[in-house]
Design a protein around this ligand. Sequence first.
Ligand SMILES: C[S@@+](CC[C@H](N)C(=O)[O-])C[C@H]1O[C@@H](n2cnc3c(N)ncnc32)[C@H](O)[C@@H]1O
Length: 245
Amino acid sequence: MNREQISALSHADHPIKAPLGDDSVRRLLEHGLPRGDERVLDLGCGSAEWLLRALATYPRLRAEGVDISEGSLTQARQAATSLGVQERLVLHHREAADFSSPQPFDLVLSVGATHAFGGLLPTLAAARRHLAPGGRVLIGDGFWEREPTPETIEILGDFADLATTVDRVVADGWTPVQGHVSTRSELDDYEWACWGSLAAWALDNPTDPDSPQVLETATTRRSEWLHGYRDSFGFVCLVLRRTSD
Ligand SMILES: C[S@@+](CC[C@H](N)C(=O)[O-])C[C@H]1O[C@@H](n2cnc3c(N)ncnc32)[C@H](O)[C@@H]1O
């Protein structure tokens, strides 16, 4: 099974591919979409769960999503059709950094996808290129709650602590107008959902040739979390406006 298939199975019970509960997602979208008729762009949208929720809540909204995962975009298209929002959603199968649009966006979202641009500040620079005057950015990225081990940095990449993360964003010309730090419960729910769904699939499909590999992946990833990054990894979402200009 390839990485994309593993990712699809592991997110079966947690369609938002980030450690946030439904209420947190709803509240962040409310702060990102004060009017309800915005043009929204999601860079690294995955199965477009953020956009689908926004489109279902705000009937005058229009949205575009960009992702390199064809499987996730197919899933997004099917879900959009079931929800009846497909005419207001455009999906682009493309490197997020290569995306361009003739029209700017009132909200640019990018949650859990800063690796697509090489980090938080390059993601904000990309978001800014797509932003209409007075627009907002909703960005989600990791931070260190506690000093990570070298093994953790190897698995997750490197981050800064929360205060330093926000200081860097502010120094880059942005002002947070709302934010959300994932709770321990949201972080734990996400990890249990991912590795639990994967393990359950393996147990439900014992004769599938991929079953042993999938169970081993679930076991390894659960162990990396519990023995490794559970106490050091945090996740923050920020709703940002340009401080000036
Ligand atoms: C952790 S998931 C987050 C998905 C979504 N933002 C969410 O919160 O549900 C990261 C997404 O980034 C996408 N991605 C990774 N590298 C990318 C790139 N270079 N260009 C576009 N998308 C990319 C992956 O395919 C994946 O769907």
